[in-house]
Ligand binder design. Structure first.
Ligand code: ATP
Ligand code: MG
Length: 687
């Protein structure tokens, strides 16, 4: 039998070890580990899962949920490494055995696919990403005539945001409008009609959107027999980053294990940064009493990630938060250099500075992979991306434009989606309108006939297109008939679709050659997927963040990480740069409506700072380019350092300026140096 003092346990501190060994000698009641950044929560979770497996738990009966596919894969890898060593004689017991790990949404999609018979769902359902959802919302809105009669009716994206918020927070529409979208409150009646028609359209077409994956799953769990059936398939349910779950997710967890047996969640209320998606920090704060037996609550107090100086500054920043449950952490690591506030003239110089520093760090022995550049909004890295490209510094960007947002990638996927579900009108419109001579009305006629046909393949073959579309029709209908009938085995199917699509790609896009490379990548991803359905689901739910991530650079390749702060959650690097630490960006202009929003922006800065192990540079451009405010137009404004680092915290930071200027110039560039001396001017008026 494995030794309970297995060597991996010796690496843990007492509180971590208590979490790992919780409830092993009997049935484990609910457990909450709530602690600050870098205290080893995720590491503890990995050890707990590994330990459960080493002690004989069946990995196929462990459900492990995280916030991104990347995080899930990383966690599973860690579990396999830890347990694999302890079970060296039985590698098959661990490797690839954690079959139920993923995001809430991905697990939801899988559960719904398995239980569709029991809940009256067509098993061929396809999943809409946000853009598809917005397109369908727009289509429905158009059909209801709201877009024509009232030009001031909220845009499709706003409608979708209101809908999503209402559904995910399980709050009445009127309340959501009043609290979050007051400028749309006058449209309550119309929005209600719109959402009702939107739901009907989704059902008629056999499509689910992101929110439906949780909503349907939660509804399914409200049926005791189904909840018991699904819950009975797991002995342990573990969730990382629990502070960023919403009410639906909490209700699913509760229904899975009503007595909380085998439930472990870990998180940090100071890192709650997803309330704009209806996540609520109440979930983690209410967890201790959410189950019939109250949960055991463990806190971790030692930070293993950051140097003393980095940790002190991060603690100071979050120390100014209005409310917080987790306590400050301490670190045994060396003090290290204080984080720097680096003044630069503007964003162009900021890009120059970061690129130069990254290279200097590499000269000093850091790999590019040990460094990351974080920013509030994806667009903030634009100038830096140009600079890195100019200097030939390889990078990967997370949280930016997704691979799937590219039109040509969406086109090809739409072909597969239409084959999987011929009632999916958004996919159908997209594909059909690629054909010269096919407009919206012809497309609608084709889709109508597909929706009602017993054999959609035959329906498409029998359709007579208008003469102007006749040239390209046979190739299309031949392809669709074959795909719908499942005549090409997966993944040959995607190649058939690509070969059909390529002439259209060349006709539509001037840069077809570049785009064709993406399609080849897509085909490579497809080869790794067991079926069309899994390929479409995985890709839609958790698309690769960047084109370059779709097929990640080789193991040996070195690259710099560029990431939004949201996408950097849970990760760490030796050296971290944070761009645009100025008011307007942090907090964002878009996030200063309420004090709750400002607090969330403060937590974002805390998340960014706590990603750093050794060095942290917060860059403060003195001038900043704002855009988007239509009324004011795009313009440069003088920026001020983020209000989250007020003067009284100055002692935690070092001041730097770049480029390092002559002594006089440096004084002039110091962020706090007065730009003009009004006092002197006033005095001069009288002399
Ligand atoms: P976050 O809140 O940012 O997600 P976390 O609490 O999940 O952070 P981890 O990522 O698990 O923290 O751990 C942070 C770092 O500390 C990792 O590099 C991890 O390997 C290390 N670490 C955790 N526990 C220990 C320990 N007992 N001894 C040594 N190193 C540890
Ligand atoms: Mg973590």
């Amino acid at each position: 039998a494995p030794d309970s003092s297995a060597s991996y346990l010796d690496r843990l501190n007492a509180a971590q070890r208590a979490a790992v060994e919780h409830g092993l000698d009997g049935s484990a009641g609910p457990l909450l580990v709530i602690a600050g950044a870098g205290s080893g929560k995720t590491n503890t979770l990995a050890h707990r899962v590994a330990h459960l497996i080493v002690r004989g738990a069946d990995p196929r009966r462990i459900l492990l949920m995280t916030f991104s596919r990347r995080a899930a894969a990383e966690l599973a890898r860690r579990v396999e490494r830890i347990a694999g060593r302890a079970l060296a004689g039985r590698p098959d017991a661990v490797s690839g055995a954690l079959t139920w790990s993923g995001t809430f949404h991905a697990i939801g999609a899988r559960v719904l696919r398995e239980y569709c018979g029991a809940i009256g769902l067509d098993e061929r359902f396809t999943i809409h990403d946000r853009e598809d959802s917005a397109d369908l919302m727009s289509l429905v809105r158009h059909e209801l005539g709201f877009s024509k009669t009232e030009s001031r009716f909220p845009a499709k994206g706003t409608c979708l945001a209101i809908y999503s918020r209402t559904v995910n927070s399980q709050t009445p529409l009127a309340t959501v409008l009043r609290d979050v979208f007051p400028w749309c409150a006058m449209w309550e009646k119309e929005l209600r009609a719109l959402f009702s028609a939107y739901v009907e359209a989704k059902q008629a077409q056999g499509v689910l959107d992101y929110d439906d994956l949780l909503l349907y799953w939660a509804q399914m769990m409200a049926e005791p027999a189904l909840a018991a059936d699904l819950g009975g398939r797991f002995d342990h349910v573990l969730v990382d980053e629990y502070q960023d779950t919403n009410r639906l997710q909490a209700s699913i967890l509760l229904a899975l294990r009503p007595d909380g047996a085998g439930v472990t969640v870990v998180g940090d209320d100071a890192q709650a940064i997803y309330s704009f998606r209806a996540a609520t920090v109440r979930n983690i704060l209410d967890f201790p009493t959410a189950f019939a037996p109250p949960a055991r609550v463990l806190t971790l107090e030692q930070n293993y990630r950051s140097t003393g100086a980095v940790l002190a500054a991060a603690n100071a920043v979050i120390g100014l938060a209005a409310e917080r449950f987790t306590k400050n952490l301490w670190s045994e690591r060396e003090t290290g250099a204080p984080p720097a506030l680096v003044a630069v003239r503007d964003e162009a110089v900021q890009a120059d500075y970061v690129a130069a520093e990254v290279l200097a760090n590499r000269e000093a022995g850091l790999r590019l992979k040990d460094q990351a550049v974080l920013f509030r909004t994806s667009s903030h890295s634009g100038p830096l991306e140009i600079e890195l490209t100019r200097r030939n510094i390889p990078f990967v960007k997370f949280g930016g434009l997704k691979f799937l947002d590219a039109a040509h990638v969406k086109d090809l996927l739409a072909v597969l989606r239409l084959a999987a579900n011929p009632r999916d009108r958004i996919a159908g419109f997209r594909v059909l309108q690629l054909l010269p001579g096919v407009g919206a009305s012809t497309a609608a006629r084709v889709l109508d006939s597909l929706a009602t046909a017993a054999d959609p393949g035959a329906a498409i073959a029998a359709f007579t297109p208008p003469a102007r579309a006749a040239e390209h029709w046979p190739a299309f209908s031949g392809l669709m008939t074959r795909l719908i009938a499942g005549q090409s085995p997966w993944p040959a199917e995607i190649e058939a679709a690509r070969l059909w699509y390529e002439p259209h790609l060349e006709r539509i896009h001037e840069d077809a050659a570049l785009r064709r490379a993406d399609l080849v990548q897509l085909e490579q991803i497809a080869t790794g997927a067991p079926s069309r359905e899994r390929f479409l689901t995985d890709l839609t739910l958790d698309p690769p963040d960047a084109t370059s991530e779709a097929v990640p650079p080789g193991r040996d390749e070195d690259y710099l990480v560029l990431s939004t702060i949201h996408s950097a959650k849970g990760q760490e690097w030796k050296s971290v740069f944070v761009l645009n630490v100025v008011d307007g960006c942090m907090p964002s202009d878009l996030g200063v409506g309420s004090s709750a929003e400002i607090e969330e922006e403060r937590r974002l800065l805390y998340v960014a700072m706590t990603r750093a192990k050794d060095t942290l540079k917060l860059v403060v451009p003195q001038r900043f380019y704002t855009s988007g405010q239509a009324a004011r137009g795009d313009r440069h404004v003088y920026a001020v350092r983020s209000r989250f680092i007020p003067d009284r915290l100055a002692g935690f930071f070092a001041r730097e300026a770049w480029p390092i200027a002559s002594p006089e110039a440096a004084t002039a560039a110091r962020p706090d140096a007065p730009r003009i001396d009004i006092g002197a001017r006033m005095r001069a008026m009288w002399t």
